[in-house]
Design a binder for this molecule. Structure first.
Ligand code: SF4
Length: 241
C-alpha cells in the first residue's frame, strides 16, 4: 500500500480546510502582488500548495533550494512540476567557494561530527541561499504544519517576521491524512521517497526512512537531540533552533 492509498478517505472538515487555504493564498497573492514566492521544499505539503497555486492561476512565484545534497528522487520533481503545470521553479544554490572551503576544512561528513558543524552546513547550503531567494520579497509561502513536530505545534497561518516580511503557512492546521487525500484527489506529483517511509525529506545524508510509530520528523538529523532538529529555515529570531 502506498502513501496515497493509505489516505483515500477525507477526514471531517477537509473541504473547509482546502477552501480556507485557497482563500489565504488568494488574499496573499493579491496583497503582495509581484512580491510573493512559494519556497518549496518539494515535500508532499509543498506539492499541495504548488497544485493549488497552479490550478487557480495565482501569481505566486515558485522557488526552491538545491543544497547540492538532495536525493535524485527530489530533484526529479522539478521537471515534473514544470511539465505538469507549465510553471518554472527557480533554484537557489549555495555559493560554491563557501562549500569547497567548508568541505576542505571539515570534510564531507562534518554534519555528523557536531551540532555546530551540522548547523554551519545548513547555514551555507540552506540559509544563505534562502536569503537570496527571499530578497525583495514581501511575503513567502511555506508548507509548515502544526502536526509535524513539537517545535511547530504553534505555527500560525501567517506571521509578520522581524524583517517585516509576511510568512504564510496556509496548511498549518492540515493533517498528514489531509495532505495525502488532496494529493490523491488531484493526482498531484510527489516524491517517490514518500512511498518508502520518508515522510519528511531533506538532504540525503541527513534523512532516513522511519519505522511505524516513529515521529514524523524522526528521520531528520536522527543522531541529534530532539530540540536541535531544525535547520534554521523556520526558526524565529531569539528562538533556540
Ligand atoms: S541537512 Fe545536512 S547536508 Fe543538508 S545542509 Fe543541513 S547538514 Fe548539510
Amino acid at each position: 500500500m502506498n502513501a496515497v492509498q493509505m489516505h483515500a478517505r477525507a477526514t471531517p472538515g477537509f473541504d473547509e480546510r482546502v477552501a480556507d487555504t485557497l482563500a489565504v493564498l488568494r488574499n496573499a497573492a493579491r496583497v503582495h502582488a509581484g512580491r510573493i514566492v512559494q519556497a518549496t521544499s518539494l515535500g508532499a505539503e509543498d506539492m499541495v500548495l504548488t497544485d493549488l497555486i497552479a490550478r487557480n492561476g495565482l501569481p505566486i512565484t515558485l522557488a526552491s533550494l538545491d543544497t547540492g545534497k538532495l536525493h535524485g528522487e527530489t530533484l526529479a520533481l522539478i521537471p515534473r512540476i514544470e511539465q505538469r503545470y507549465g510553471l518554472s521553479v527557480q533554484l537557489f544554490r549555495p555559493a560554491e567557494a563557501a562549500v569547497v572551503q567548508f568541505i576542505a576544512r571539515h570534510g564531507e561528513r562534518a554534519m555528523f561530527d557536531s551540532v555546530e558543524l551540522r548547523k554551519a552546513c545548513c547555514g551555507l547550503r540552506k540559509l544563505e541561499p534562502l536569503s537570496r531567494l527571499l530578497e525583495g520579497m514581501g511575503a513567502w509561502v511555506t508548507g509548515l504544519r502544526r502536526e509535524q513536530s513539537t517545535q511547530r505545534a504553534d505555527v500560525p497561518q501567517y506571521e509578520v517576521e522581524a524583517t517585516g516580511r509576511v510568512k504564510f503557512n496556509p496548511l498549518a492546521d492540515w493533517s498528514w491524512a489531509d495532505v495525502w487525500h488532496y494529493i490523491q484527489t488531484h493526482d498531484v506529483p510527489y516524491n517517490a521517497l514518500h512511498d518508502q517511509f520518508f515522510p519528511s525529506i531533506g538532504c540525503a545524508p541527513c534523512t532516513r526512512a522511519i519505522a511505524l510509530g516513529e515521529d514524523f520528523r524522526a528521520g531528520r538529523w536522527w543522531w541529534e537531540d530532539q530540540g536541535a532538529k531544525e535547520c534554521g529555515l523556520h526558526v524565529k529570531e531569539g528562538t533556540p533552533a
